[in-house]
Design a protein around this ligand. Sequence first.
Ligand SMILES: [Zn+2]
Length: 240
Amino acid sequence: METNDIREQIKKMVELQAVENEAQQLRSVLDSVEVRLEALDQELKASQLTFDKDSEQTESLKKAYRDLESDTQANLSNIAKCNEKLRAVKTNKEYQSMLKEIDEFTKKNSTTEDLMLEYLEKLDTADLELKEKKQDLAAFEREIEEKKRDISEDASVKESRYTELTDSMETINSEIHADLRKQLDYVKEIVGITALSPVIDAVCQGCHMNIPPQLFNELQRFDKLFFCPNCHRIIYWKED
Ligand SMILES: [Zn+2]
């Protein structure tokens, strides 16, 4: 193998490493897409549940108001009945007792009406608040949809970049000699994707250790592959 050749081969391997690094970063982002979308859905669901609860509370307030309303109606019709009976009473005692009954119904209605006024005020506030909450929820829904759309759009860009990278990985791989390829794969098994490391000023950039002067001299000749004695990465000389 010519000197120039090994230099070229190392260049290819460095290129491959960069591509693999980028691909791996993209992959981890892409792998998290489903989880991120799901988390946004959950966030929205939680807000919808809170709104539903608020909505139910307002509904039960309305129902309580309607109940009071029908109580009043019932009382009014009781008073009307009493007034009718009043015309038919024979004795003073009956008359007095009927008046007392009417008085009780009237008092009861007055209390109920006070309560209704109170409820009405609460209802007004609740209705207004609910209206605002509904708008907030709709805005939040739009925000979530937008975030989801951004994630999906970004993912599709990254996905096609990832495909590009896989293609170029294949191409570069095919351009690396089989025996070097074997050594590269072996080192990768030990240290991971970043199997190559430049040596600048006699310092391995992978482990930041100094390499022996003899090795540093040999390194600059680019006539074969060298390995860092400390971290076992494939090392190559790089001018600082
Ligand atoms: Zn090293």
